[in-house]
Design a protein around this ligand. Structure first.
Ligand code: THU
Length: 161
């Protein structure tokens, strides 16, 4: 028997102000995307913004539905937009933030499991790791260099061969 360990490191910034100017600018775009969310059921708006390899910035926000399971997360809206508009151009960094009407809003959120799977597939298609910036309205901000680190033992197309 062998014991294996999976671990990854991420950066913790005390606040948004501690980020580089370019990361702050991208995060501000994710905050802009919050108003585009359609989240009347959860009252939990999520905004995402990504800078593409060609320098363009695209946004995504969560889109819910009265038939709840139909809703789609901000991250996957953004990935679909990237795929549709930009034909799978690599994403350098994605910033993700949220506004919870119930309050809080001071701890980072990370992509849900389904979004981690979608992000990992996107990274694999474009053959480039995606950086993530995660933060709320206030509080600490996390920076993760490779989004795929969030999905150890992920299922991929390799397993379908
Ligand atoms: N949501 C996202 O858009 N991204 C995440 O990473 C987590 C959750 C959305 C889904 C749903 O519309 C609302 O947040 C509450 O779960």
């Amino acid at each position: 028997m062998q014991k294996q360990t999976v671990q990854f490191s991420y950066q913790v910034f005390a606040s948004l102000d501690a980020l580089s100017i370019s990361d702050q600018a991208l995060f501000a775009k994710a905050q802009e995307a919050l108003v585009l969310a359609h989240a009347p059921y959860s009252k939990f708006n999520v905004g995402a913004a990504a800078i593409l390899e060609n320098g363009e910035i695209i946004k995504g926000s969560n889109q819910e539905n009265a038939s709840y399971p139909i809703g789609i997360c901000a991250e996957r809206v953004l990935l679909s937009t990237a795929s549709t508009l930009q034909s799978k151009v690599p994403i350098i960094t994605m910033a993700i933030t949220y506004h919870n009407e119930r309050g809080g809003n001071n701890i980072p959120i990370a992509p849900c499991g389904m979004c981690r799977q979608a992000i990992a597939e996107y990274e694999s298609i474009v053959n480039k790791s995606m950086r993530l910036i995660l933060g709320g309205a206030t509080g600490e901000v996390y920076v993760i260099e490779k989004a795929a680190d969030l999905l150890p033992f992920g299922f991929s197309g390799v397993h379908l061969q």
